[in-house]
Write a protein of this length. Structure first.
Length: 95
């Protein structure tokens, strides 16, 4: 019987799933040099070094014990912010 993997904190990670696969066809991706050659670099907006998307009414939801805090914070938080700004949900609306 295979041994269960445990983290430093003793959490059983045997049933956790990492849904990531390597990208295929990356040799066909545009490079920065390609963008310069096609004069597309000047079209890019200036990106600020940081952007705080939080509002004073924003509360962090509890992900319980599913082990997805980074994915939850990234995907759910950013999508919720965009949906609110687009008027698709209210301040207290959850997705």
């Amino acid at each position: 019987m295979p041994q269960k993997k445990k983290t430093k904190k003793g959490v059983n990670t045997k049933n956790f799933i990492l849904n990531c696969e390597p990208s295929v066809g990356t040799e066909n991706d545009w490079t920065y040099e390609d963008a310069i050659a096609f004069d597309a670099v000047h079209l890019l907006p200036i990106v600020p070094s940081s952007k705080d998307l939080r509002s004073s009414w924003w509360e962090i939801n509890d992900q319980k014990s599913i082990g997805a805090c980074v994915g939850f914070a990234t995907a759910y938080g950013v999508l919720r912010w965009h949906y609110y700004k687009a008027g698709k949900i209210t301040k207290d609306g959850l997705m």
